[in-house]
Design a protein around this ligand. Structure first.
Ligand SMILES: [Mg+2]
Length: 329
């Protein structure tokens, strides 16, 4: 979750893989050579059916196909490719010996982006494919922007942890996985002690600094790839530990509790010391299905957290959430 990737820049010599489909051997060899000379990574096949099989195995962002072919012709191939779910857009250019507007319209309507008259002139082929490259580059930056927006929509802006939106989407799935594979799962709810005093005595900016550092300590304490941290409320964070039994989650929470209590939090004008309280709840993967499990698990962690607060703060309390529903025979 940490850091964010800027929109990747596409190198000027970006030449994607291109699939050439042509039934006449001589034309196929000649066009393949033209493409290779232009710097493309070319794979050539001799009919539409073969082209579809090749596309199912490997993604080609560009497709240059002959129109007249026995079996699946270029137009039918265009339609079939457009109906496929692929990892990105395929820029399709039709090669045709045919003349006339009606044919061009038919080809474009079938999903082709452009067409070329056979045999393709070298300069024109390169220029038309360059147009395709521009479209593909636009598509890639659009995808990168979408990924970035997607990431922002699940990230807490201040601390960089996940947000509640992500929690509500992800925790039910995590629990379902845990039940299916009969693996344990625990959650740790933690809250910075007397956080209001930090804000009151040092200002909200200092409060924000403390929250950022606190979140950073949490994020660097988890196992990457499986565990995750959510900002649950103002100064409250939830850590999801798939595969962790409640005993492991308790010792993890106690370790992070100690780390927090020993940490010097940098704020402008000095350092601060804070503590945090923790509530741990473990999920029983062998229990009966419970539609309210997410809420019950978090509620249980919350009541444990409350006990930590009442017990004097800077401590960890936890318990196993045993399903109250009768297990089916
Ligand atoms: Mg042909």
């Amino acid at each position: 979750m940490e850091g964010s990737n800027p929109t990747p820049t596409i190198p000027a010599d970006f030449k994607p893989a291109i699939l050439l489909v042509e039934d006449e051997k001589t034309s196929r060899l000649m066009t393949a050579r033209q493409l290779t000379r232009a710097g493309y990574d070319v794979e050539a096949v001799s009919n539409g059916t073969e082209a579809l099989a090749t596309l199912a195995r490997r993604f080609f962002p560009m497709l240059l196909t002959d129109w007249d072919m026995p079996g699946l012709n270029g137009v039918a191939l265009c339609k079939a490719v457009r109906a496929m779910t692929l990892e990105g857009y395929v820029y399709i250019v039709l090669l045709t010996a045919r003349q006339g507007k009606a044919h061009v319209i038919e080809g474009l309507a079938a999903g082709a982006d452009d067409y070329l008259t056979k045999p393709p002139d070298d300069g024109e082929l390169r220029a038309r494919l360059n147009t395709g490259l521009r479209i593909l580059q636009l598509e890639q930056s659009l995808r990168a922007a979408n990924r970035r927006i997607q990431l922002l929509s699940i990230t807490d802006a201040l601390t960089g942890t996940y947000n509640r939106h992500y929690l509500m989407e992800q925790l039910p799935q995590e629990i379902e996985r845990s039940r299916r594979y009969r693996h344990p799962l625990s959650v740790v709810l933690c809250d910075v002690d007397h956080f209001k005093q930090v804000n009151d005595n040092h200002g909200h900016r200092a409060g924000d600094e403390v929250l950022k550092s606190f979140a950073h300590l949490l994020m660097s304490s988890i196992r990457g790839g499986s565990d995750w941290v959510v900002r649950y409320g103002g100064e409250e964070f939830l850590i999801v530990l798939p595969e962790a039994m409640v005993a492991n989650a308790l010792s993890y929470a106690d370790k992070i509790r100690a780390t927090v209590s020993e940490h010097s939090f940098q704020i402008s004008g000095g350092t601060l010391h804070v503590t945090a309280s923790f509530g741990v709840a473990g999920f029983d993967p062998l229990g009966a299905p419970d539609p309210a499990i997410v809420d019950r698990l978090i509620d249980r962690a919350d009541s444990c957290l409350l006990r930590s607060k009442e017990g004097g703060r800077n401590r960890v309390t936890g318990e196993m959430l045993i399903s109250t529903v009768e297990p089916s025979p």
